[in-house]
Design a binder for this molecule. Structure first.
Ligand code: M6R
Length: 635
């Protein structure tokens, strides 16, 4: 989703740093990009397409224009993910006011922009784009001119007036050409920032300051950051950082010193970030197991949540996309280990359900980025309904961590650059097992023997996963056979319905093929109608030593064979030593022997590879699939 980067300093490196910053925001997903530089006047350069396209067009500028780029010490940059107006050069950010004295970049959505636009057109402002953002540039221009005319102009006052008119979410960076305000005593080279429900952090340097949507972007340039809170403004120049809240109170900046991030964009020799991240999964899982705070049966603690799990009557899990799939596993695990009911709800559908939540219920939000607008909103609603909150996120510097505080478990998967989730997803699965173990032991729901067995199984996962990475070529060979198909069905039941949904999502995201997942029992209730020789069916069937789960396995096999009788190319995903019915499938993909209950992490790996190799075979943009954003910061 949209990304912002800003720089103000004394060395002529604005253009270089803005482009570098934008490249580190590419992973968020975007369709166009641009920069605005403040010299004697404001200059805007923007393009539909990749940052590479922007760089190409910058390289064709006249010597005079190039000189401006090379001398700039102050600027703002943006990657746009279209919400209002198609991806195009004109709709790309930065946007300027009609007079060309203000440049704005924006992440978020202004809900009342049509009303404001009409008002501004009536006042004589003109618009070039279809975006909501251009309204902000013209509205700010109007407010500024009015205050200057009255001799009352002040940055924070102008921003307060601006935000009092805006409805919606926004992170903003604004550049002002001071030639229209000659009496100002403020540094001419400064950037105005605002944060309201969209991420924005400030980076503090020596005689230079930065701002970006992402702390990792800023950490390429400096190790000191200030996290702006919601409803805060800031004005940064090379030597000053002033912060004020939307009510007009000055805020004392709190500077955090973090580890500098030099290697953000390093693929470490892999062709794609996705492949690198698939290969990082064993390390992430090992790290999670080594970080368990207390692994004794008596007092098992993933971390010390401030929640009495013995008292909980019901759990609601809210999440989107892959995080939502992972939460389905928690439902099965807790249902099986302690008969605790878990409702898993897509965050954007949670709107009215918070009214069902009682005092003894727990709401768990799961989000890789910790910035997903739908998930944040659902957590906020549950909080105001009095629910206890717990969060699982991959990003310590995130809104969700801020909201849930000490009851946040941070998965140690580190930054996930590829838009399609792999290591963050499997780390969420592991987090669910460990959280379930904490809940089950707190409720004394499982025996010491079963507890020991569970931990043993979880500890084998990183080792088995590591071995599986050596099978990449085997999965590649399978993938190549299926690259030509446009429709796929994924089937499973029980805990691996999670895996079927995630497998289908990966394939859709990476290859743009249509893929649907069903609990296999549903096949004959409708989906079977589409089956023929053009629709491969991938069935995930993992045997179990537990009788209930073994019945699930047998039923999946039977449903898979029903699909085969409709001529669908049939793929079975099962364990190494399983020979049951395997000869009846066109292709068998295997994972190391593991019980069904612990299989979703391993069973996901071949499906990640399948999606990756099909996409690669089709020449798709693996790390930044079309239309997708890494953190979906709008509802
Ligand atoms: O950052 P989040 O986990 O909250 O994001 C949720 C989804 O947007 C995300 O999982 C999305 O489905 C990914 N593209 C999955 O690969």
């Amino acid at each position: 989703m949209c990304g912002i980067v800003s720089y103000v300093g004394e060395e002529p490196k604005a253009t270089r740093l803005l482009l570098q910053g934008l490249k580190s925001l590419e992973y968020r997903g975007y369709d166009s990009s641009g920069i605005a530089l403040l010299n004697d006047t404001l200059s805007v350069y923007k393009n539909k397409g990749k940052i590479l396209d922007l760089e190409k067009s910058l390289s064709t500028l006249s010597d005079e224009e190039r000189e401006k780029l090379d001398q700039s010490i102050c600027g703002i940059g943006h990657t746009r993910w279209a919400t209002h107006g198609e991806p195009s050069d004109i709709n790309a950010h930065p946007h300027m006011d009609s007079d060309g004295t203000i440049a704005v970049v924006h992440n978020g959505i202004i809900r009342n922009y049509i009303k404001l636009k009409k008002e501004l057109i009536y006042k004589g402002y003109t618009f070039k784009s279809d975006t909501d953002t251009e309204v902000i540039a013209n509205l700010f221009s109007y407010i500024r001119k009015d205050l200057i005319a009255k001799g009352e102009y002040e940055d924070f006052l102008a921003m307060r007036l601006l935000s009092s008119r805006l409805e919606g979410s926004y992170a903003l960076a604004i550049l002002l050409n001071e030639s229209v305000n000659p009496n100002t005593t403020q540094p001419a080279k400064r950037i105005l920032l605002a944060k309201h429900e969209s991420p924005l952090v400030i980076g503090v340097g020596q005689s230079e300051n930065f701002a970006a949507s992402d702390s990792d972007t800023v950490l390429q340039f400096t190790d000191s950051i200030i996290r702006l809170a919601d409803r805060e403004f800031a004005v940064i120049s090379k030597n000053t950082i002033d912060i004020q809240d939307f009510e007009g109170n000055m805020i004392k900046p709190v500077i955090e010193v973090l580890k500098k991030n030099d290697s953000l964009m390093d693929k470490k020799g892999y062709k794609h970030f996705l492949l690198k991240e698939i290969n990082e999964q064993p390390t992430v899982l090992s790290k999670m197991l080594s970080l368990i705070e207390d692994s004794t049966y008596e007092n098992f603690k993933l971390i010390n949540f401030n929640i009495n799990f013995a008292e909980i009557e019901k759990i609601y899990c809210i999440a989107c996309g892959s995080a939502y799939h992972s939460a389905q596993a928690l439902k099965y695990i807790l249902g099986s280990w302690c008969s605790l009911p878990v409702d898993v709800i897509v965050a954007s559908e949670f709107n009215f359900q918070h009214k069902l939540i009682g005092e003894r219920d727990l709401l768990i939000g799961v989000s890789q980025s910790g910035e997903t607008a739908d998930t944040i909103l659902a957590l906020q609603k549950a909080k105001s309904a009095g629910a206890r909150l717990l969060a699982i996120t991959n990003r310590p510097a995130s809104a969700i961590n801020n909201l849930c505080g000490a009851n946040t478990y941070i998965t140690p998967a580190d930054l996930e650059i590829s838009v399609a989730s792999t290591k963050a997803y499997t780390s969420q699965l592991m987090a669910h097992y460990l959280l379930a173990l904490q809940i089950a032991t707190a409720r004394k729901a499982i025996s010491r023997e079963f507890f020991t067995d569970i931990l043993h199984n979880l500890k084998t996962l990183p080792v088995l996963l590591d071995q599986m990475l050596n099978r990449a070529n085997h999965y590649k060979a399978a993938a190549v056979n299926f690259a030509g198909y446009r429709d796929f069905i994924f089937l499973s039941r029980g805990i691996n319905h999670t895996t079927a949904m995630e497998g289908a999502l990966k394939l859709k995201e990476l290859s743009y093929a249509h893929a649907s997942a069903y609990p296999s029992g549903e096949l004959k209730h409708g989906p079977i109608a589409i089956l023929d020789e053009n629709v491969p069916v991938i069935s995930i069937a993992i045997p179990s030593i537990y009788p209930d789960e073994q019945i699930i396995y047998e039923k999946i096999i039977h449903n898979a064979l029903e699909a085969k009788t409709r001529k669908s190319p049939s793929i079975l995903l099962t364990t190494d030593s399983n020979q049951d019915h395997v000869e009846e499938f066109d292709l068998v993909m295997r994972i190391p022997d593991i019980d069904q209950l612990f299989s979703p992490i391993l069973a996901t790996i071949p499906l990640q590879f399948l999606a990756y190799f099909i996409a690669e075979n089709l020449g798709k943009d693996v790390d930044q699939p079309r239309n997708l954003a890494k953190s979906v910061t709008v509802e």
